[in-house]
Design a protein around this ligand. Structure first.
Ligand code: GLN
Length: 206
């Protein structure tokens, strides 16, 4: 249980970062956008935002942030959203029909990830931008934007499903500080979203 106001850091390399601020502040927590190891150490929990996982990975490598992020993720709650879910997954499959990469032999390619949750995700698994859609989860409007599909979930709690696939999951036991959603709740201007509430609670209890 942390005694101070929880400090939630959103990894600010690329993607939808600032838009989390009003949700986090509506939960009575502090919002910080973070992109350096010194800042990572200051926060109590991390949001890995939606955006492009390949771009984020490239920037993590370019700025040599992998080790510092992995060390922080090992001891603090993490919530991945869409691209962030991809970064958290144990196995990442690339939808090669939609990938710009040349994959002539039709084998599933895989993508590097932090492996925080025992899930297998298929990037862009719902299809192209045209298949992006909105729905309600727990009565709250959310958006799926070139979202990954969680193809396989190991030992996790499924907090919500959509079209027969888990879309919001939380780890169990040692991994119960990790949650991931393949949809974006932060784009809805009704603060806070139930997902932000849940994550801030997780950080408060950690
Ligand atoms: N398709 C993106 C990726 O593979 C994720 C999209 C999103 O975060 N909205 O990283």
């Amino acid at each position: 249980m942390i005694a101070h106001t929880p400090r939630i850091g959103c990894l600010a390399l690329q993607g939808a970062v600032e838009i989390h601020r009003p949700h986090i502040e509506a939960c009575g927590a502090e919002f910080l956008s973070v992109k350096t190891p010194a800042r990572f150490d200051e926060v109590d929990g991390f949001i890995l935002p939606g955006g492009e996982s390949t771009t984020m990975l490239r920037l993590i490598e370019t700025f040599n942030l992998w080790k510092s992020l992995a060390e922080n993720f090992a001891k603090k709650p993490v919530w991945g959203i869409c691209a962030g879910t991809i970064l958290m997954a144990e196995t990442v499959l690339v939808n090669d029909n939609l990938s710009s990469r040349d994959n002539k032999d039709g084998q599933d390619e895989t993508q590097k990830s932090f492996g925080l949750l025992p899930i297998t995700v298929l990037r862009n698994g719902y299809g192209t931008q045209l298949e992006s859609t909105q729905t309600e989860i727990e009565g709250y409007p959310v958006s799926f934007i070139r979202a990954p599909v969680i193809k396989d979930a190991g030992d996790v709690d499924v907090l919500a499903s959509y079209d027969d696939n888990p879309v919001w999951v939380q780890g169990k036991g040692e991994r119960s500080n990790y949650m991931a959603s393949t949809f974006h709740p932060e784009l809805t201007m009704k603060f806070p979203s139930p997902m932000h509430k849940k994550f801030v609670e997780l950080v408060r209890r950690s």
